[in-house]
Design a protein around this ligand. Structure first.
Ligand code: ADP
Length: 157
């Protein structure tokens, strides 16, 4: 029975693209680079349960890197250190994908990198009166793709 579900998932996934599997921006937990890692913020981070948090500067479409929650083990919240001091990865492997990219290609890409997460970026053309600009539409992780392949009943570890 499970094998059947996985095969259906594998077949299904071939025609699917990033937008079908991603976590949309409105559900993505991010932090601003200037936010301070005091008690409240750290508690909020732990409550989300996520292991990686995109960090942005000024707007959410300007992600500068990731905060790895495990890096907070030795943090003293009394120091109120800015998120910026914990940002990692930019330049060496923060993948960027398009909403229309096929999941098979993104799976390959994510397996290569270290973070197993990509930002989903698109061009916003607005109503045509402004210059087009990049916009972050959400994130996608290896887990999102595996969930599609294995079927929706498979739960997170
Ligand atoms: P984690 O290890 O943090 O649980 P996974 O890669 O296992 O992350 O992904 C589990 C689900 O959580 C996926 O749907 C993924 O898109 C989502 N996810 C991961 N990080 C975040 C985040 N910072 N904000 C919102 N959703 C996230």
């Amino acid at each position: 029975h499970e094998t059947g579900a996985a095969m259906t998932g594998a077949l299904r996934y071939h025609g699917m693209s990033v937008k079908d599997a991603m976590t949309p921006l409105k559900n993505t937990f991010m932090l601003g680079a200037d936010e301070r890692l005091g008690f409240d913020t750290v508690a909020k981070i732990f409550k989300t349960g996520y292991s990686r948090i995109p960090v942005y500067e000024v707007t959410k479409s300007n992600v500068i890197g990731l905060l790895f929650v495990k890096d907070l083990i030795f943090l003293d919240p009394e120091d109120e250190i800015p998120v910026r001091n914990f940002v990692q990865i930019f330049g060496r492997g923060l993948h960027i994908v398009w909403p229309e990219d096929k999941l098979g290609n993104v799976l390959k890409l994510l397996k290569q990198g270290r973070s197993h997460m990509a930002l989903v970026r698109d061009v916003n053309h607005g109503d045509g009166t402004l210059d087009p600009f990049y916009e972050i539409k959400g994130i996608i992780t290896l887990e999102d793709i595996i969930e599609i392949i294995l079927g929706d009943e498979i739960v997170d570890e």
